[in-house]
Design a protein around this ligand. Structure first.
Ligand SMILES: *Cc1c(COP(=O)(O)O)cnc(C)c1O
Length: 363
């Protein structure tokens, strides 16, 4: 075993597996999933469609029906769409394919912000891609000068920007995003729109994709009611999609995932809109309620979660909530300005009430 261990990629030495919080909680508001609000009719339709899958056959390796549905949904051509097992797989695929070091750099580089979605960093480190993280500014927006300096000093292969961002719920100012795309001309800038269905202007960033060759858009069904399917997609120039297709595993997306994702996009638009409207309504209600609690402030959110600052250390608040059966995400272990920050997913109205009641007791 010892000699086998010598063969393991050295990058893994400093890493651990991704483990969601264990334990049983009455209310789980820690993973930004949508609340279970689909109607019985929608559930029945999904069941019927699943029952029609050809179980003995491999899935469609080109996911042609799903890619056509995505293309129609997003106003692009199927040649601009690559599907993945969640956007996580597409993040890994991009890091695998766009990996030739630039200039005299010893390795490929990824530029992103902090705090942001942790999979960017983890996926890069597994593949030996160097990670540069530029802190967001005091309003959790892009820090323009620091990003420009980073791009100029160490040209990246890839730039990942989540907008709306996880965990802050904020959108990057469009002008700052556009200038970043311009200075990072030689890199692919990936705009991760995992939460875009909850944003006030869901189409604004799309214009940047149409205007600049070096922009791609990342989407997922995970945050809008279909986390179980594990379906994400990338929208990018056809030439780049063709290269990504060579590295994608041909049967990555299960037949049932392809089928039900297609149904979600083509026949459940109203149901998805109803779910998003309910979450947005609850988000505004919870934000207002938090405004009435002393020692707590919430950053205005464009996503399905709230970025909450507590006067007490976040670790203490997290513990108090957990003892009352409510799981949220705390960032206290990251220290610095994150030591007082919690991320709280918007749940059903009664879950949100339970969270508010528990928080009032704890803070
Ligand atoms: C949750 C999340 C994703 C989704 O990943 P999937 O693999 O599609 O479930 C992607 N990007 C961001 C910023 C997220 O928060």
């Amino acid at each position: 075993m010892k000699t086998l261990m010598e063969l393991v990629a050295p990058e893994l030495g400093a890493l651990g597996p991704y483990v969601p919080h264990a334990g049983r909680f009455a209310v789980r508001l820690d993973a930004n999933e949508a609340p279970p609000l689909f109607s019985p009719e929608t559930r029945a339709l999904l069941g019927e469609e699943a029952a029609r899958c050809a179980w003995e056959r491999y899935p469609d390796a080109t996911a042609s029906e799903l890619r056509r549905a995505i293309a129609t949904h997003d106003g692009v051509t199927p040649e601009e769409v690559v599907v993945g097992v969640g956007s996580d797989e597409l993040i890994a695929l991009l890091l695998t394919v766009l990996r030739v070091p630039r200039g005299a750099a010893p390795s490929a580089r990824l530029l992103t912000t902090t705090p942001t979605f942790v999979m960017y960093r983890l996926s890069a480190r597994v593949r030996g891609v160097a990670v540069m993280e530029v802190p967001l500014d005091s309003a959790w927006d892009l820090a323009e000068e620091s990003l420009t300096r980073a791009v100029e000093m160490s040209p990246p292969n890839l730039v990942f920007i989540a907008s709306p961002n996880n965990p802050t719920g904020t959108m990057a100012t469009l002008e700052r995003l556009e200038r970043l795309i311009q200075v990072a001309e030689g890199a692919l800038v990936v705009l991760d729109e995992a939460y875009i269905d909850y944003a006030a202007s869901p189409n604004a960033q799309r214009a940047l994709y149409r205007k600049y060759d070096n922009v791609a858009i990342l989407r997922t069904l995970s945050k809008v009611g279909f986390a179980a399917l594990r379906v994400g997609w990338l929208i990018a120039a056809p030439a780049l999609c063709r290269e990504l297709e060579k590295a994608r595993l041909p049967y990555n997306l299960a037949t049932v995932s392809q089928r039900l994702a297609t149904v979600a996009l083509t026949r459940l638009a109203e149901e998805r809109a109803r779910l998003a409207a309910s979450v947005i309504g609850e988000r505004e209600r919870v934000t207002a309620a938090l405004g009435g609690l002393a020692g707590v402030t919430a950053t205005p959110s464009q996503a399905n979660f709230l970025w909450v600052r507590t006067e007490l250390p976040a670790g203490e608040v997290f513990q108090g909530l957990a003892e009352r059966g409510i799981l949220v995400r705390s960032f206290h272990e990251r220290g610095g300005r994150l030591a007082h920050q919690l991320r709280v997913t918007i749940g059903t109205p009664s879950e949100n009430d339970a969270f508010l009641a528990a928080l009032a007791e704890v803070t």
